[in-house]
Structure formats: C-alpha cells, structure tokens
Write a protein that binds this ligand. Sequence first.
Ligand SMILES: [Zn+2]
Length: 364
Amino acid sequence: MTQFFSAWHFDGKTAVRRKVDVEVVGASFLLVETERRHGPFGFAELRYVGEQGGADVYRLDGDDGWRLGLNGPVPDELVQKLPAKRKYGGFIDRIGLGPASIALALASVAAVAVVVMSPQWLAPLVPVGVEKKLGDALVGDFGGRFCDAPKGRAALAKLTKSLDPKADELQVEVANIDMLNAVALPGGKVVLFQGLLDQAKSADEVAGVLAHEIGHVRERHVMQGLLRQMGLAVVLGGFDGNGGATLNNLLSTTYTRESEKEADDHSIKAMAKASISPQGTSDFFERLARMDGSDRMDKNGQGRALANYTSSHPLSDDRKNLFRKSRVKGKTYQPSLTYDEWTELKTMCAQDRDVKSGWGFDIG
Ligand SMILES: [Zn+2]
C-alpha cells in the first residue's frame, strides 16, 4: 500500500522551499509535488539534522544542501523507516556507542570530557581566535559577493557599533544576493542579504534582525552549529574540506528554539541600550508574518526570497509581538540611522560596480 506524508523539502540546488508529500516505496521514497516528483531516495541515506520549528529535519548523505522537514508528530510507519536521531555526533555515530565508550576510556580524562561534551557546552571553550581563523577559511569573501561603498560601509558600521559595544570584533557585511535572509557565520561574521534590505523600510527594521544575528555570535551559537555540522575534528585538526560545500552547509544551519529565543532576547536588550525603538523590527516581522506560509514561489521569485529567513526562524507573528511588547511607553527612541545613511546602506550593492551577484557557491 502506498502511503503519503506531508513534508517540506529543499533540493540543495535552489533556495526554494517545496511543499511535498513523502511517498514511501519499500526502503525508498519519492518527494511528490503537484506537477513533479523527486527521487527515489533511500531511507538509509538520510541523516538526522535536528529539530527546526517543530519539524524533524533530515539531510541526504553526500548532498550538502538537501533537506527534508517532517512537521508535527511523525507517523509510526515512517518512524520505523527513518534513521535514528543521532545525539552524540558523527564520531560516535560511525563506530557505535559501545566501541566508542571503550576507546574513550583509554583516552585521557580531559580528552573524554572534550569528546563527549555536547556542542552546546563545548562551543564556549573554543577560543574566539580559533573560530576566527576557521571563519576566514570557510567564509572567505563570499565569492566576491560582499558589497563595498564607503558611505554604505560607514552606515553599517555605525548601526553595528550602536548594537554591540565590541563591534570591532565583528565583521558585518551585505551580500549581493536577492534572498530575504541574514546569517551569523563562524568568526563573528554576520551577513545581511540584499533581499532583506530590499524588503526593509527603515534602518530600525533591520536593526532588530542584525542584533539577533549578533546575538547568535555572542551566545556562541555559531560555534555550536559548526561543531554539530563538522564535529570536533574541524577545531582540533584544522580544516581541509570543501569550502564551498561547507559554506552551503553553514548557511543552512538552523538553531534550536532556545537559541533563537536567546538571540531575540539579546536583540531586544541591545536595541533598548541603543535607544532604538523595537517598533520597526516588529513592523518588519508583521509584514513577514503576512507572507509566512507563502512557500509556493510566485512568478517574481517572491516565495524564493521569503523562504529562507522565515523557514530558519521562529514564527514571524510571535516575534512581531515579542518585539512590540518590549517597547517602553514614554521612552525617547532615536532613529538608528539618518534617512541618508539608510539610503547609502540600502544602495551599497547597487553602487558597487565590481561585486558579484547570485547564488551558488563554488569557492575553494
Ligand atoms: Zn536566529
């Protein structure tokens, strides 16, 4: 008997989030859209990534960007076919927990502590300098997609400085990519995508998103994600993998609900300190909320632009309320940038004649 389960899917080639049905065929499955199907894929090739917005997310072995998200309670028939949810990371996965325990018992106590500690506990122990080196190796110049114009840069630096007292430890960039997204990457790097600036109506609207990503950096969520994706080897043994593939992986890293909450809390505090009104960010999330669920792409690629940020973050509607509630009545707020500064920031990519554009990373 053929069974169908509803799910979402990234094919790893485009940023389109597809609504699909999982059609089980023995040890394999197809992902079925209205007019096309993907697959077959083997259940044995699936690897558990983690939970994201209430969905269990799986990747496909050997395909970095491929993701399958199963919403809500997964039916038993499907659970039986899916791989176990890994808890201990790749090293222990590969050799099994038994032999791993024996191997670990032979190692020094310190080494045992390091290996069995979860990314959550381990991340803060990784020196910032090590993370910085890794970040430079992994992210590079984003394939020449970082935009550069003096006034736009100055505006971005001013905004960053108002949100973080040690802004010089951060590297905030605008990437010339038409995607509504913002990401924190290893080494204190935060990337705002041009598609996000295009959707924002003021610097205040961007401030909350930027401060949220800075929150991921400051709470060491980025290092946690890196350890989860690549294991401890990346820190101990250096990095010798495929930069482009790894970067794609990092860009699709999602954080736990707790981490997202911490980043939002960080953002709200940082904005209050800078006397930037959270109203703009709330308005921004309100507009995103109206578009949430618009995971079917329209002709203008609008769905494509929306897919990323809203699929990797908590519901915009909840966040709209969270930021709005943080507004203090009677408090005097300052605009985070002047109108001219905001315009320079928003048009920085358009002003940069040399910047590369588009998606798809092939950087070594
Ligand atoms: Zn986040």
